[in-house]
Write a protein that binds this ligand. Structure first.
Ligand code: ARG
Length: 547
């Protein structure tokens, strides 16, 4: 089957061919203007110095869309109005019902896509930022997988680095048995260690010396480190289970897994001359950045950026990535821009491999400041879920959180307002869940009454036509999200769809109608349910059968 193109896209293409410019098709502002309008004739008329209605008449004469539209109309100063033929709309929805991919267009060129997301830090509780990257990354994973790409999630957990120097010293000083700690207790340990590191110079010196010993392979240090890792992973997994995201232990590729690569990669950089010694440190200078990227500090240590270079190198050479997507806090945008540039310069990231950083904004409280728990401490991922579950059942609370996270532009901060987010009215996750449950209820009732439906055959009412039009555009919206990585487009689409469904119920009785009309309306309901369920699934939101 040819990939499903939305009806507006088909029209757009034909009008573009005739006029040679972007026709700027817009949904009609009133039902009497049909379904779409284009002002292309007005723009061309200005250029050509001719009366717009005359230009419109020319365009209409040249344009062959009889197979899609009712006879075209020229309105007002020279707008062209398009009304889709109802059999075309019906055919589009029926095709959607039969499509094994549920309206999603399989990618023409499936890619290997590495998605770097979640990445919490060992011995630290996951905070609200990790909530965002986990939800957003999971959505990208679902969307790209649905299109037939091979998604390789990489959970780049912070399981290495200088913080382990102070952690290990603190454990030894306190005589702690790390294996018995919960992640929250480890987090408290982290805070104690960090506070001492700041205040106590003797401790700080020991912690620094410990970094070198630990990274040099000291067994006692590595033993404590391993225990910290071992108590952290189950807590991360528990969060993933609670969030209902796809990450598993198979996706773990923490900072420590790149250790052996670091000296090798650094030597490659030195040999090729891409890295040069500056002030004792080995640096890569990249155009457009004031400070160089330090790949080996003057004390011989490697940092966050070197590990990220190693990760890119492995993702390209061993995972054979065609595209690499990173989901982190917006504040790391500069870091990734520089790492990508350095990786290109070093040849680790060839021109045909795309690397994209998707930055997200902060989670704010209703007071407009970074979200805090009631006792005033920075919010953890768990506390946020708890807050939402105080006002709704877990699957609704989760839908509320995920939708609130994804439905704004990712870069924007969003306000965590549990009471508002769990409402079943307005632009919320539970509203979409409710729309799904309600349409399901109609279908269930019909089934119980032994009413059968097949395809969509009759589509005369404007509300039915609007619904059908929207349904025909699902595949394109999903393509768009895969390309531009903006899940709010899918959220907006589903919100519009739920709205069109509500208007349809209002204007068109379903179970109370009869014969072909009833069967056709039920089929329209079934297609809407299918798209709502699939769309919610791509957002990682559960679509309940009842609510
Ligand atoms: N662990 C880091 C953090 O919590 C995020 C790591 C992101 N991924 C990466 N490849 N640097 O901020």
């Amino acid at each position: 089957m040819a990939p499903m193109q939305s009806l507006p896209a088909l029209l757009d293409a034909r009008l573009r061919e005739v006029t040679g410019v972007d026709p700027e098709m817009r949904p009609a502002t009133k039902p009497q203007f049909g379904h779409f309008q284009s002002n292309v004739a007005l723009r061309l008329a200005k250029e050509q110095g001719r009366p717009p209605r005359e230009v419109a008449a020319d365009v209409v004469a040249k344009l062959d869309v009889d197979d899609l539209c009712e006879p075209l109309e020229i309105a007002g100063p020279g707008f062209i109005n398009f009304r889709m033929r109802s059999d075309v709309l019906a055919g589009a929805v029926s095709a959607l019902l039969e499509d094994p991919h549920g309206g999603i267009n399989p990618a023409n060129h499936p890619q290997r896509v590495v998605i770097d997301y979640s990445a919490p830090n060992v011995a630290k509780t996951m905070h609200v930022g990790h909530l965002r990257t986990t939800i957003i990354g999971d959505c990208f994973n679902r969307v790209l997988s649905a299109l037939g790409h091979t998604v390789i999630p990489q959970n780049h957990i912070g399981d290495w680095g200088t913080q382990f120097g102070m952690l290990i010293e603190e454990v030894l000083d306190e005589g702690l048995d790390v294996s018995t700690l919960s992640l929250d207790e480890a987090d408290a340990l982290y805070k104690r260690a960090a506070a001492r590191f700041k205040e106590d110079t003797e401790f700080a010196t020991r912690a620094r010396a410990r970094v070198a010993r630990f990274q040099g392979g000291d067994e006692q240090s590595l033993g404590i480190w391993q225990q910290l890792v071992d108590i952290s992973k189950p807590a991360f997994n528990e969060a993933y289970r609670r969030l209902n995201v796809k990450l598993t232990d198979d996706d773990l590729a923490g900072e420590s897994t790149y250790n052996a690569d670091l000296p090798v990669l650094v030597k490659e950089l030195e040999d090729s001359g891409v890295a040069v010694v500056d002030d004792g440190a080995l640096c890569v200078f990249v155009e457009g950045f004031e400070a160089p990227l330090i790949v080996r500090k003057s004390d011989g240590g490697y940092g966050y950026a070197t590990t990220d270079l190693a990760a890119i190198r492995r993702r390209v050479r061993e995972l054979h990535a065609d595209r690499i997507i990173y989901v982190t806090d917006l504040r790391q945008a500069g870091h990734f821009a520089q790492v990508f540039a350095a990786a290109r310069k070093a040849g680790f990231l060839p021109g045909d491999v795309t690397a994209q950083h998707v930055g997200y904004g902060m989670v704010l409280g209703t007071d407009g400041r970074p979200f805090k728990t009631r006792d005033g401490s920075a919010a953890t991922l768990g506390s946020l879920l708890d807050a939402a579950e105080e006002v709704a059942a877990p699957n609704i609370a989760l839908a509320a959180i995920k939708y609130a996270d994804l439905s704004n532009g990712l870069q924007k901060d969003y306000t965590f307002d549990a009471e508002r987010m769990v409402q079943t009215t307005g632009d919320t996750g539970p509203y979409l869940q409710y729309a799904h449950a309600r349409v399901n209820q109609i279908l269930r009732k019909a089934e119980a009454e032994g009413i059968h439906w097949g395809s969509v055959t009759v589509l005369e009412e404007p509300a039915e036509q609007q619904l059908a039009l929207l349904l025909s555009g699902f595949g394109e919206v999903v393509d768009d999200v895969a390309h531009h990585l903006q899940p709010h487009k899918l959220c907006g689409y589903l919100y519009d769809l739920a709205g069109a469904l509500a208007s349809f119920y209002e204007a068109c009785p379903v179970l109370k109608s009869e014969g072909d009309v009833r069967a056709s309306r039920l089929a329209l309901c079934a297609a809407t349910k299918q798209v709502l369920a699939k769309g919610l699934d791509l957002l990682g939101i559960d679509a309940p059968e009842r609510m």
